[in-house]
Design a protein around this ligand. Structure first.
Ligand SMILES: Cc1cc2nc3c(=O)[nH]c(=O)nc-3n(C[C@H](O)[C@H](O)[C@H](O)COP(=O)(O)O)c2cc1C
Length: 223
């Protein structure tokens, strides 16, 4: 049934009583509906351990062939954050000046975003997520990774969930293009930037766009 390389270990977690499951699921639903993407951060410090724990949660994500094709670069040094902001704002200036195209710009208008990215220096930590498009062997040979985007997307979802449940705010920021991040952070050529995630507490006067989420009925199809 399993290949020659297969080795199993027992997996017998205690089954949660149904009442407890239902209460846990309902509480999680309430908590997760409170999550918002924050773009205005307080400069208050955040214990690094909270971020490390969230990254550790993210790295438990399922991944294609268990290749875990992700690297999380934690940037807390103010000078490096300033460098990233400067490079991101240069790219975003071009993007908002027209590179995105009218359709994309009009989709962004309700979010109130523009080329200014103060969150990159206000938030005390940035996690820059890289996807490993292929694996580099010790001899420099490259090996294919499977389902890289899907795997890294799931890991980032788990990172955002862990940060939110730990009482922190985050932004999923995807400056376009993101090549400058590989240069600033000196990443190897098998890695490609996936997202920059500023992490901290919301600024005291933070606002978020008044968005409406799809209801369960709108996203669920029962067969
Ligand atoms: C893949 C992805 C890329 C995103 N890129 C950006 C971005 O570059 N800048 C930004 O301000 N928000 C970005 N967002 C955040 C979305 O705008 C936000 O999730 C959406 O408006 C819903 O708001 P909510 O997260 O508060 O529910 C991104 C989100 C995702 C999932």
């Amino acid at each position: 049934m399993h290949g020659r390389d297969y080795a199993g270990v027992p997996y017998r977690p205690a089954r949660m009583p149904v009442e407890q499951s239902l209460a846990t699921a309902a509480r999680l639903r309430e908590q997760m509906w409170q999550r918002r993407t924050v773009r205005a951060f307080s400069t208050d410090p955040v214990p690094e351990q909270l971020v490390l724990d969230a990254i550790s949660v993210a790295s438990t994500a399922p991944s294609g062939a268990h290749q875990q094709p992700w690297t999380f670069v934690l940037v807390s040094d103010p000078q490096v954050r300033a460098h990233i902001r400067e490079a991101a704002e240069a790219e975003e200036h071009e993007a908002y000046a027209g590179r995105l195209g009218e359709q994309w710009l009009s989709a962004l208008r309700p979010l109130g975003t523009d080329e200014h990215k103060p969150h990159l220096t206000d938030a005390p930590h940035l996690v820059v997520v890289f996807e490993q498009r292929y694996f580099l062997g010790p001899d420099g040979s490259s090996h294919k990774h499977y389902y890289v985007n899907e795997s890294v997307g799931i890991a980032v979802g788990m990172l955002l969930t862990a940060l939110h449940l730990s009482g922190l705010a985050a932004l999923t920021h995807t400056p376009s293009p993101m090549r400058f991040l590989s240069e600033v952070l000196n990443r190897p050529h098998n890695e490609k930037a996936f997202a920059v995630i500023p992490i901290g507490y919301p600024a005291p006067d933070a606002e978020v766009p008044d968005l409406v989420r799809k209801s369960l009925d709108q996203v669920l199809v029962r067969v």
